[in-house]
Unconditional design. Structure first.
Length: 190
């Protein structure tokens, strides 16, 4: 049993190393792709990296012996840290959009949903987000919940979501907008 266990461990380590090396290669490609997307999304001073950490043996699993984390620095001179802890809400939304744009060509997705990807942004930044969403929509269906007219103006179809409360009950209505209603809604958002 000891010989079989030793052989199984060697086989695991070889397979885990192959997986780790493949992750390193993919991480380099992902990092380069995301870096190209950051400046147009007004994150030109930000740095994004995919970090791989070798785990101690008690944390090895069927997923290998390395852990993948996304790290970022949003300002020059600030240390890298976990993306979820470093980025503000608006920055996080834009990092996620950059990741989705880069990964869209590598996955067989049919629909992407973004809920308020424009949080905390406006002006040229919102326009850049809208442009990327439009580009994504050429290959997959993209559904976006937005309050930004710059983002909404890029859409091919528009629905207005409205909540109403009557006698203590709240209802939500979703209605498709025609061209005139669309123009009016985007103007209202402005």
């Amino acid at each position: 049993l000891a010989v079989a266990a030793s052989a199984a461990k060697l086989n695991y380590e070889a397979t885990a190393k192959t997986m780790h090396d493949a992750r390193l290669t993919a991480a380099g490609k992902l990092d380069k792709g995301v870096a190209k997307e950051l400046a147009p999304l007004k994150l030109e001073k930000a740095v994004f990296t995919t970090a791989l950490t070798i785990l101690s043996e008690e944390h090895w699993s069927a997923c290998g012996y390395s852990k993948v984390t996304f790290e970022a620095s949003t300002n020059p001179g600030t240390p890298m840290g976990p993306l979820a802890q470093i980025a503000s809400g608006g920055e996080l939304a834009r990092f996620m959009l950059a990741l989705k744009v880069v990964l869209a060509g590598t996955q067989s997705l049919t629909t992407l949903i973004f809920d308020e990807v424009d949080t905390g942004i406006g002006g040229a930044t919102a326009n850049a987000v809208g442009e990327r969403l439009f580009r994504l929509a050429k290959n997959v269906q993209v559904l976006v919940v937005t309050h930004s007219p710059q983002v909404a103006a890029r859409a091919m179809h528009h629905w207005r979501v409205a909540k109403a409360t009557k006698s203590g009950d709240t209802s939500t209505k979703v209605g498709l907008l025609d061209a005139d209603s669309r123009r009016e809604e985007i103007a209202r958002m402005l």
